[in-house]
Design a protein around this ligand. Structure first.
Ligand code: IMP
Ligand code: MG
Length: 177
């Protein structure tokens, strides 16, 4: 049996996403941005964030190999789907659901710098600072959270729970959450 404990309510998330959108709108005033969502976890965050960004904006998506059905990162990151458009000379904002070990975003940052964007920033809704293996920082962070496995608002466990409006801690009866 899975138990869900609310960590961040949809109201708290909406308020924070509006703040992040306002900050991005100020930082890139008068310019265009390309939001690159990391599939699939970042889709809901991207959809909400994009509507809080008052700039000329386009979307693109990228997919990398993930945890699969396990909670542990394999350590190896592979590109499964590339972006559809050129990033050259663009203000790129990589949009991710959660920054955990940092392996995924370090890999993507390296990949995308190779495409010669004008600027490259990272927006992560959640940040599990204590789990970091790679020393990477997001430019826009929603919430720093403790080392708990969370689901909802796009985040999954074995593809489930992405549709929960709140972000919840997933607890299992064997105590391994
Ligand atoms: P990193 O490469 O370890 O930073 O992991 C980033 C990816 O791991 C995220 O895009 C998520 O897909 C996944 N992830 C990390 N922590 C969690 C969690 O608590 N719940 C769900 N997915 C997570
Ligand atoms: Mg993800």
């Amino acid at each position: 049996m899975d138990r869900l404990k609310v960590l961040l309510t949809h109201e708290q998330i909406a308020k924070k996403v509006a703040e992040l959108g306002a900050q991005i709108s100020r930082d890139f005033e008068g310019q265009s941005v390309v939001l690159i969502g990391v599939l699939k976890g970042a889709t809901i965050f991207l959809a909400d964030l994009a509507r809080q960004i008052k700039l000329d904006a386009t979307f693109d998506f990228i997919a990398v190999s993930s945890y699969g059905n396990s909670r542990e990162q394999s350590g190896e990151v592979k590109l499964m789907k590339d972006v559809d458009h050129s990033m050259e000379g663009k203000n790129v904002i990589l949009v991710e659901d959660i920054l955990d070990t940092g392996l995924t975003l370090t890999y993507l940052q390296h990949q995308l710098w190779g495409r010669k964007p004008k600027s490259l920033k990272i927006a992560a809704l959640l940040d599990k600072v204590s789990r970091r293996i790679q020393p990477i920082h997001a430019d826009y962070v929603g919430f720093e959270i403790p080392d708990e496995f969370v689901v909802g608002y796009g985040l999954d466990f074995a593809e489930r729970f992405r549709n929960l409006p709140d972000i919840c801690i997933l607890e299992t009866d064997d105590g391994s959450a």
